[in-house]
Design a protein around this ligand. Structure first.
Ligand code: OOB
Length: 539
């Protein structure tokens, strides 16, 4: 088996309670297209405004599915999808859902190192890319990755295909219904934020993910009149399902694809497309709050903004509602499953100071000490969780699973939380070795391994330093080899960049040291490094 799943007694209970309804994504789109064929499902505003009705989206998915199937892509095959916020992203994903092939969601920012790893680990047979994005040639990246991944048979390119296959040449007239996936089967693989040298893949089923959408829609009041703006990268779990573009489509609403998250791009779209709902990470929420105060855009259609992905300061949260003229909801979620929201009828104090309550009455929450014993009510501890949309294990990672899950199936989130008197969760910190750079997750070990490959570097440790705007930034402490030529911080950054990784993983700061502070057991003391980090930086 590729990943552990729910024991049968849990699966039975989740079905009995109506969480898992035996729907599939392909089936849901078919039903919505039959119920309201001419309603607008997608608005893709750039470079020239295009729309897709539910019928058009349904038919586009069918034709693409037939084309993929003709090229030998079938049930259970993995296909890495790395596309920006465009209509074709949604069409490709629904086409793959229909044939039961699994999209593996890469972020547009990912480069050779990440894509190579994702393709190898998932044993992907195909990879879907744009031709160029933000001045970067994804076709060339695909050519390089393909050399190292013998199983990768096809590269589909949105736009000019170069040596690969044009996505536009794939669609075929469907010759009949394709044998689709079962609701309990996997729908896709999502990337974990990661705490180890390499990210893990998160296997989500149709049943479990659709339940999280239904639950999110109910909490956020999403219905056929909702117009959801996809501000963050569509491949991330938050804008996908909290309640996200998939939630909006589930409810028969309209999804507006935003080409960039900055106010100058998003605000005119909110006004022209009458956007009602969106989701933001805290640094963006800050930017939007400041920009809205300038009053250049009416933003009157906006009803609700969700903020999550990293801790949102209470101070910043208080300013959002008056500035944007809409409701705020905090969301504390994870691609592994559990999602918490504050509620529309919560008092302002609760909305600005807590990270919410779980979606489901069957989300089991334990707050424990270092020995897995429950802490007294109201005190903080490690958050463990189990439930109808939280995975029981990562994809093909048995050793990691033994550490990341308890023997009775609780996921160790790595987050430190406490319960407010209202029962709402408050995120107090993090026990996992991960840096949260404004919602973008960085596993220090991954970046350290890259820097260690530099011939002049003897050792390195990457830590978080607090940052007013991003929450956290990265600082690399580097010990050079004794005989090495001196390096400048810029050389280390350039080296990381040259290895082909997402730009957000390039250290923000680099400091050269002679030794790391040691802990009692002789391990690098990251805590010591963090407290030493207040000293002025070198350039
Ligand atoms: C979301 O998902 P991931 O998988 O990128 O990251 C999950 C981690 C959590 O374990 C926690 O450490 C952190 O991100 N986090 C928050 C937070 N929301 C997420 N920390 C503090 N306050 C919050 N509100 O980030 C994600 C997935 C679905 C919905 C929203 C966010």
């Amino acid at each position: 088996m590729d990943a552990p799943t729910w024991p049968v007694e849990f699966a039975d209970r989740y079905r009995e309670r109506g969480y898992w309804r035996g729907e599939t994504f392909g089936g849901v789109l078919r039903e919505r297209a039959a119920a309201h064929p001419d309603r607008i499902a997608l608005v893709d505003p750039a470079p020239r405004r295009r729309t897709r009705t539910y019928r058009e989206l349904d038919e586009a998915a069918d034709r693409l599915a037939a084309g993929f199937a003709e090229r030998g892509i079938g049930r259970g095959d993995r296909v890495v999808v790395q596309l920006p916020n465009v209509a074709e992203f949604v069409e490709v994903v629904f086409a793959l859902f229909r044939i039961g092939a699994l999209p593996v969601f890469a972020l547009p920012a990912h480069r050779d190192t990440e894509v190579q790893h994702i393709c190898s680990l998932s044993e992907a047979v195909a990879y879907v890319v744009p031709d160029e994005l933000a001045g970067f040639d994804h076709r060339a990246l695909a050519s390089r990755v393909r050399k190292n991944c013998p199983l990768l048979r096809e590269v589909f390119v949105l736009g000019d295909p170069g040596e690969h296959t044009a996505l536009a040449d794939v669609p075929r007239e469907p010759s009949g219904p394709l044998p689709g996936p079962e609701p309990h089967e996997l729908a896709f693989l999502q990337l974990s934020g990661g705490t180890t040298g390499v990210p893990k893949l998160i296997p989500r089923t149709h049943d479990d993910y659709l339940y999280s959408l239904r639950g999110s829609n109910e909490i956020c009041g999403v219905d056929g009149d909702t117009r959801y703006l996809v501000t963050l990268p569509a491949a991330h779990n938050f804008p996908m399902s909290s309640p996200g573009w998939l939630g909006a489509l589930y409810a028969g609403g309209t999804v507006v694809l935003c080409p960039g998250p900055e106010p100058a791009v998003a605000f005119p779209l909110i006004d022209s497309e009458a956007v009602t709902l969106t989701g933001l990470v805290p640094p963006l929420a800050l930017l939007w709050t400041e920009a809205a105060a300038r009053g250049e855009y009416a933003l009157t259609s906006l009803r609700l903004v969700l903020v999550g992905g990293a801790k949102y300061s209470e101070q910043a949260a208080r300013r959002l509602e008056p500035a944007l003229g809409c409701r705020l909801m905090q969301v504390f979620g994870m691609a592994e499953g559990l999602v918490n929201y504050t509620r529309l009828d919560d008092a302002t104090e609760t909305v600005v100071a807590t990270q919410g309550l779980p979606i489901s009455p069957d989300d089991e929450i334990r707050i424990v000490d270092d020995t897995d014993r429950e802490v007294p009510e109201g005190e903080f501890g490690h958050l463990l969780t189990r439930g109808p949309y939280t995975i029981r294990g990562y994809w093909r990672a048995p050793e990691h699973n033994a550490r990341a899950f308890t023997s009775d199936g609780f996921y160790r989130t790595g987050d430190i939380v406490r319960r407010a008197p209202t029962g709402h969760l408050v995120v107090e910190g993090r026990a996992k070795d991960q840096i949260n750079r404004g919602g973008e997750k960085i596993a220090p070990e991954e970046v350290e391994n890259i820097i260690l490959a530099h011939p002049a570097v003897h050792d390195v440790s990457l830590v978080a330093v607090s940052d007013e705007f991003l929450g956290e930034r990265t600082l690399a402490h580097v010990i050079l080899r004794e005989d090495a030529e001196p390096l400048r911080p810029a050389d280390v950054k350039a080296f990381v960049r040259s290895r082909g990784v997402a730009a957000y993983k390039v250290p923000d700061l680099v400091r050269f040291v002679d030794a790391f502070p040691q802990t009692g057991v002789g391990k690098v003391s990251k805590k010591g490094l963090r407290s030493a980090a207040a000293a002025p930086e070198q350039h």
